[in-house]
Design a protein around this ligand. Sequence first.
Ligand SMILES: [Zn+2]
Length: 133
Amino acid sequence: MRDYEIVPDAEVIGWRGACTCGWRGMMWIRVGSAVEEDLPRRRAYIPSSGFSDPSASVEEAIEGEWRAHVMPLKLVDEVRAAAREYASAGERLTDSVAEAKAGGATWAEIGAAVGITRQAAQERWKNARYPLR
Ligand SMILES: [Zn+2]
């Protein structure tokens, strides 16, 4: 299925952004004359010429609306990537603590390496076993 439709110039009543997720931007209304144009009120004049593409400024505005729509999604992608790294780093920390303990390190030494007390280190990793897997 195409995500656009070609219609005769005279049938174009306006323009708006669209996204594959289903989002639709607010409509930019096509007005019939230059004096009716009012871009702050989303009213744009494009003379009939066989093509009714929006002007560059309307196209830029529509692109800006779409960018504002996808920005939160991009930011959440960054959160997802950071969370993945955080979980991976946590697993590596647990593995290295278990290996250090099995290798003879004390809870005080492990705690000092992490920046926590001996008691906190022991409490946190007392059940970690090496090798873990
Ligand atoms: Zn979208």
